[in-house]
Design a protein around this ligand. Sequence first.
Ligand code: MEV
Length: 308
Amino acid sequence: MENILSKTCGKIILIGEHSVVYGEPAIAIPFKSTELNVSIQKSKYNIIDCSFFYGKLEESSEDLRGIRFIIEKFLNEYNIKENIKIKIKSSIPNERGMGSSAAASVGVVKALFKYFKINYTTSNIKYWANISEKIVHGNPSGIDINVVLNEKPVFFEKNEDIQIFPINMDGYLVIADTGKKGRTKDAVTDVRKLIDKDDKYKEIIRKMGELTRISKDYIINNDIESLGNVFNKFQSYLEQINVSDEKINKLIKIARENNALGAKLTGGGRGGCIIALASNIGQAKIIANKLRELAASVWISNLKSENL
Ligand code: MEV
């Protein structure tokens, strides 16, 4: 029987991606329809076993460089000589802005602490997961790790204490995967270049922050229509900072044409996923069915903390 040592899930940013990198807030929820489990057992060599790689840790693929680095560093730091096989089983689509890399880092580190019976705290996990996320994403805000670790909706500001943010809205979120790998690192780097070049983009980031703060009030007041309008405005800013793409725009158009109250990309963009708001389950199903004609996968989630 497999020795599952950690279970984590993906995340969805409702609003605030990219501007969060510059100190503006973001709101994100765990995405429990997806799951990542890590198991560890004794082995002859250090082995990684996941959906896209099976083999020796030292020969692992480029996509695993963050994970590989922290495993090696961890074993070294704790002077561990035993070889292990780490199995990562995940239903979080890879590189789609759903926090798969954060979930893998958090899950693997937690599993290592448990397997080697080393006491740990949440900040130990954050420390190790951050190292991996920096390798994968460059200069991440830290939101992904925080949501995955807490498995609760959060209102997040870089360098501030995380605020758990209960959500109890009457409405549904439709999530659709473009099927294209997102390029978060490139997108974040390119946005930085725009901002360094022209103050106009600094102003856009500031406005994105304002919209995120307003959406916090709309969420608290269960005002889903206003939240939908804010999603649409936020998406237009994401387009202006050049992180949307044709497929994302197509899916968003389909959602809006089918009476979504608002729709936007979620996560880093340039591939990845979109989210759309629906006022009731009937509408959510109509939107989801239309999106299925073009999207790789579609999910529906309600907007209540107890189910998120
Ligand atoms: C990635 O999930 C969200 C971004 O804002 C990057 C980050 O916060 O590190 C695009």
